[in-house]
Design a protein around this ligand. Sequence first.
Ligand code: ADP
Length: 402
Amino acid sequence: MKILVINCGSSSIKYQFYSLGESRILAKGIVEKIGMKGSFLKHEKESGQKVLFEGEILDHKIGIEYILGVMSSVKHGCIGSLDEVNAVGHRVVHGGEEFSESVLITDEVIVALEKFSELAPLHNPPNLKGIYAVKSVIPDIPQVAVFDTAFHHTMPQHVFMYAIPYALYKKYGIRRYGFHGTSHKYVSNRACEILGVNPKEVKVITCHLGNGTSACAIKYGESVDTSMGFTPVEGLIMGTRSGDIDMGAVTYIMDKERIGTKSASILFNKHSGLLGITGISSDSREIRAAAFEKGDERCLLAIKMFDYRIKKYIGAYAAAMGGLDVLVFTGGIGENSDITRTGVCENLEFLGIEIDQQINEGLRGEERVISKEGSRVKVMVVPTNEELMIAIDTQHIVDNKK
Ligand code: ADP
């Protein structure tokens, strides 16, 4: 089955085109700067050859038309006609309380997704644009929504509730939803596969450390807690998001700086985290360079804060699950930064976490067990692959529909 996986942002569309039976990625690419000056499509063929198309891409529909046009073109294409695309899988950020797993997109599902746009105003509207665009260009194709929130549906109520008036939960759905679910699910399953253990028999903590960061406690194959909450701003320190902060400090800052909710949201989502602390960058590579090559104090501090917060969550989740068997690092930082992995795991020997530095040092983007032979907890690096997970889920749903 050939499946197009789409991840729509407000001004971008990322895509990967899979032939799942053959385990091939036939093409991938990205449309950027939609609706702006200088929009373009960067397309990569299976051979690795890259082509760049510049043009006026005014909206997501034109973006999708561009992608499908290139995919089926004689010169750069990988299919004879659009009939060869069997299904489209979309990354959808928020599935609310309704969707505990991926679904075939129907008119009713679209109504529900429109409703959840209120909960994820930055993410769901562009995801919906992608769905509408595909619907108008290739109307009869089955489309599947794969939610970032779905994997966390198994969290028990005492974990997902906030201690605020219960009426607000009922009225507005204020609770922890969690995000990055597709990634946490993929890397935890993959880790178990590599180790040859049954996910239903182990306690796993996954740390997705990219621009967005989150940790997840996965007990016997189910997410039982995760660090992102009602929105992705809660939890670990991120590139530009603050993560956990005393809400008293939030209202105090709003009072003192005389800012409203919109500005406060921008402050804690876009100007905080690593960028806020260092004042230099949200990119961990630049921060590391400034810290270790120039001795920049704030960059050194940011690195310590970043690692410490993750360590704290690992301790908390080990306690929540009553133990730990596998610890997984993923995301741009988790996959590539040996220093972060070391900083996080330092002094966690009491939990049974012992990294083998000979393996860890310099390890980048590779599936590997990085703990010592006798380490009670297996520590692993597993590169995430959300697109593949979306393709697999899409195939599964479309197959079951037949
Ligand atoms: P996103 O959440 O946007 O998908 P990524 O998972 O690509 O982001 O992660 C981006 C982060 O990964 C950045 O902070 C970047 O510095 C970091 N990163 C990427 N490659 C490396 C590397 N080789 N060494 C250290 N950090 C890296």
